[in-house]
Design a protein around this ligand. Sequence first.
Ligand code: C2E
Ligand code: CA
Ligand code: CA
Ligand code: CA
Length: 282
Amino acid sequence: AKNGGKDDLCIFDPIMHDVVEDRLAMSNELRGALDRGELSLHYQPIYGIKGEPLVAVEALMRWNHPVRGAVPPVEFIPVAEASGLIVTLGAWALDEACRQLRQWQDTPDTGTAGQLQVSVNLSARQLADDDLPHLVAQTLARHDIAPHRLILEITESMMINDVEAAIRRLRELKDLGIQLAVDDFGTGYSSLGYLRQFPIDRVKIDKSFVDQLGTSQGRALAEGIINLAHSLALEPIAEGIEHEYQSTALDDLGCRFGQGYHFARPESPDMITRRLADNAQR
Ligand code: C2E
Ligand code: CA
Ligand code: CA
Ligand code: CA
């Protein structure tokens, strides 16, 4: 496995040894991080590309380590996945995101907060967990969140290992009334043929396509993906929009929603509260 699953560790290679030790140390520290309050969620705004108010936010996990500082998710999420700890961390993220959504909604003068949706990333381990639908239902109920306001993001690779099982699990989740999005869309294998069978609502067009919008070939590729999404009645949401021209191109191609540094970086809950208040004043 590319993340260094237990089977492909070679402890006799000194460099690998360091990597292994570091991951082991990180894994142990991550175990206590939640209890020590070192984990938090930041939220990246998802906007209507034509300048509509904030429609949704994506919850992104942050680990503020006392010595290492801010550890990027690309480093600690794979460690949490390898150890299985992601199931605990993921359940926490789901609860925290719903709690925060409730808080935004209950804050006075936050205008559209009542319609805001929150998107939460799922890992393969969580999706494979039989308890997931129950956990999601319980979490929504605990914070009194209408199901359609929760979006769960899954990746293509999580769907194609066991297609039948994935369809069944996603159906159970859809039956709760939540929304499902396919993350990093277009980067996976050829699950395109299967896509129709999955009860999904949105696809998140991967940043790599947005990056290529400056060339005619790249633009054609993005157009193909956006049209494919529309033909399957899926709402495309572009990721990693860093420049105005990308936003304009996506708009021309019929993609209505997007996120990226051009609009906003992932932010603290307080900054999102301020954005909601600004929306309300318009
Ligand atoms: P992702 O789900 O694809 O999230 C989007 C990533 O792109 C985020 O990185 C975000 O900060 C970054 N991004 C957004 N806009 C731009 C842009 O315009 N330019 C660039 N260069 N980057 C942009 P982040 O927060 O570092 O997260 C990385 C990955 O870690 C996520 O990718 C996701 O796969 C994983 N992750 C983060 N939080 C969670 C979580 O709570 N659970 C799980 N299972 N995975 C998570
Ligand atoms: Ca995501
Ligand atoms: Ca993504
Ligand atoms: Ca990604």
